[in-house]
Unconditional design. Structure first.
Length: 113
């Protein structure tokens, strides 16, 4: 069965960085685009990054462009989200998403001094 397991969240000070990981299993990872979403309390889940199956193309909303970088390792079935210049508005649960409708359980990112 498909499994997506996020890790790497935590508490970070404003301006800091975190790297999230999503370990995938149960499907042919290299065949599918992957995304990261986030959901802050009281807000809708929003897309923060997408990467194509081979990693040749990425896409970001303006809110994170230039600060977040999505990447993937098709050998180890893992997708990453490098987050730099974090601010309080980045506080949310971050989810890994497979474009077949599967979600991980999420990892909490809290940006606070």
């Amino acid at each position: 069965q498909v499994q997506l397991v996020e890790s790497g969240g935590g508490l970070v000070q404003p301006g800091g960085s975190l790297r999230l990981s999503c370990a995938a299993s149960g499907f042919i990872f290299s065949m599918y685009a992957m995304s990261w979403y986030r959901q802050a309390p009281g807000k809708q889940r929003e897309l923060v990054a997408t990467i194509t199956n081979a990693g040749g193309s990425t896409n970001y909303p303006d809110s994170v462009k230039g600060r977040f970088t999505i990447s993937r390792d098709n050998t180890n079935n893992t997708v990453y989200l490098q987050m730099n210049g974090l601010g309080p508005d980045d506080t949310a649960v971050y989810y890994c998403h497979l474009h077949l409708g599967y979600w991980g359980r999420g990892t909490q990112v809290t940006v606070s001094s």
